[in-house]
Design a binder for this molecule. Structure first.
Ligand SMILES: Cc1cc2nc3c(=O)[nH]c(=O)nc-3n(C[C@H](O)[C@H](O)[C@H](O)COP(=O)(O)OP(=O)(O)OC[C@H]3O[C@@H](n4cnc5c(N)ncnc54)[C@H](O)[C@@H]3O)c2cc1C
Length: 464
């Protein structure tokens, strides 16, 4: 068997199919690797422009025992896109066509490499938008979002990617094309096999085409920043706003005090209106007109002030001010400048358990004796918290387990998940081993062995 180098692999692949472009180490050298420095470590990337070209590449890799690393926009946060020498990166970047927009059905058919932002821009003239939205919209692809079962800002209302996908096409490790491009919600014909690819993190095949639902765009929005004592207070606001018929709640994002104070100071954001040690809730509401949205929101906040124990609040007076508010939440990596590679976690908890969980988390971290504190923020209405330690990563071995116990302890018992929306990838492998039942792990491994007996796809990541 030949010993492949990145250059010899790139050479062998370059004439495999007319719709396949191949980049070798030189061409990749200047490229930004995305959210993980090792995403491009394989040094060779295959970029098919058609499903058939992807199938040809996969067939060749199978025959030559070369493992394949599917990649989308490389915005993943758990190292799921990391590649290694000897592998081929299979990128969806050239699968970037929007094939059909069907306003009367509220569906779109697209190739997997279309970015969320490109899809949102294409939907705009039709008065439509995606039912899911993420801060990484400029780079995250719909194929990558499908593969990680992404959640984001609208999940409390519309569910996660799994609830948006009607059909998909994928090339299996065997080189066969699995095509299930249904455009309907109702299909009761046996197990829904496309679900394997949703949240499958590229372990079961390469997704090439997707049919998903979209929704009506409601551009007349108003943003407010509110001081809240805790998640219970934030949820009182959420529940009240969701109950109003004249406005639609578009977002409810919460930032706990440490996150708020440090980020606001860094951004020069005046917090004079916020009571000391309050957390912050960011809400967006939409209505038929901007005036209606603002009027309804003001009225609702007056109603809620005492009942929700609000600690201050401001309503954005312009689009620019609204962007500044959002920047506080979405530019969430600000702490990385101070704490490079800060260990971070992404858990979900039933929303009514959030305050008890956060109190236990902070107490648990104190008990480790590590002195670590945490930045806590997230999608409060669906109970999804992002937690970053105020410490440089990676965690020292002697403290790792104690810290992970503090973060993950009680998550499953409370009915939550150790991995909410970012996936397992490389970084949550240990946690997967500890927090997923032995039976579920064994079934997942059996399905993987059935579809990918040679372990061709995304080797060494999600442990199945
Ligand atoms: C600023 C920022 C904000 C974010 N906010 C959110 C958020 O609110 N919610 C959220 O869920 N995530 C969020 N993320 C994480 C990230 O954007 C998502 O995980 C996203 O779904 C990854 O998409 P991608 O195209 O970049 O995939 P990649 O990072 O390239 O890949 C992710 C995984 O999917 C697999 N994959 C990619 N494409 C395919 C394909 N075509 N076929 C098979 N497998 C494939 C890869 O093998 C890998 O395992 C955020 C990231 C950043 C940087």
């Amino acid at each position: 068997m030949p010993h492949w180098t990145a250059n010899s692999l790139a050479d062998a692949l370059k004439d495999l199919h007319p719709d396949l472009r191949v980049l070798g180490p030189e061409a990749l050298a200047g490229r930004h690797p995305g959210e993980h420095p090792d995403n491009l470590a394989a040094g060779v990337m295959a970029l098919p422009a058609t499903t058939e070209a992807a199938a040809a590449l996969i067939g060749w890799c199978r025959a030559n025992h070369i493992t394949i690393m599917p990649q989308g926009g490389t915005s993943g946060l758990v190292g799921g896109g990391v590649s290694r020498a000897g592998e081929v990166i299979l990128s969806s970047q050239r699968l970037n066509r929007i094939l059909a927009i069907r306003p009367e059905e509220s569906t779109v058919e697209i190739e997997a490499g279309v970015t969320l932002e490109a899809l949102q821009a294409a939907l705009l003239p039709h008065g439509l938008t995606t039912g899911i939205d993420l801060g990484s919209r400029g780079s995250a692809t719909i194929g990558g979002m499908l593969s990680t079962n992404a959640g984001g800002i609208l999940a409390f209302r519309n569910g996660v990617m799994r609830h948006q996908i009607l059909g998909l096409e994928a090339v299996l490790p065997s080189g066969e094309i699995f095509s299930d491009l249904t455009r309907v919600v109702k299909v009761s014909a046996g197990p829904d096999l496309k679900q394997l690819f949703i949240g499958g993190e590229g372990a079961f095949g390469f997704v090439t085409r997707i049919v998903m639902t979209v929704e009506r765009l409601r551009p007349q929005r108003v943003t407010a920043l509110l001081g809240v004592a805790d998640a219970a207070s934030a949820l009182t606001v959420v529940s009240h706003l969701r109950g109003l018929s004249a406005v639609t709640l578009e977002a409810a994002e919460m930032m706990w005090p440490r996150y708020v104070k440090e980020h606001a100071a860094l951004k020069g954001f005046d917090l004079g209106w916020l009571e000391d040690d309050a957390a912050m809730l960011l809400v967006d509401v939409s209505a038929e007109t901007q005036e209606q949205a603002a009027g309804q929101l003001e009225e609702a906040l007056a109603d809620l002030w005492d009942r929700a124990d609000l600690k201050g609040g401001i309503i954005a007076q312009s689009f620019e001010q609204s962007r500044r508010f959002w920047d506080l939440r979405e530019d969430s990596g600000f702490y990385l400048a101070r704490f490079p590679e800060a260990p971070s976690f992404d858990i979900s908890i039933p929303p009514t358990e959030l305050d008890a969980y956060v109190a236990d988390l902070l107490e648990g971290l104190r008990r480790t004796g590590s002195g670590y504190e945490a930045y806590v923020y997230g999608h409060v209405a669906d109970g999804n918290l992002h937690i970053a330690l105020a410490a440089p990563g990676p965690l020292p071995k002697d403290i790792k387990h104690a810290v992970e116990d503090a973060v993950y302890g009680g998550v499953t018992a409370r009915g939550g998940s150790f991995s909410a929306e970012h996936g397992v990838g490389l970084e949550k492998r240990d946690a997967y081993g500890h927090h997923v039942s032995a039976l579920k792990q064994s079934l997942a491994r059996q399905i993987k062995a059935l579809l990918d007996p040679d372990g061709l796809f995304n080797a060494g990541k999600v442990p199945f």
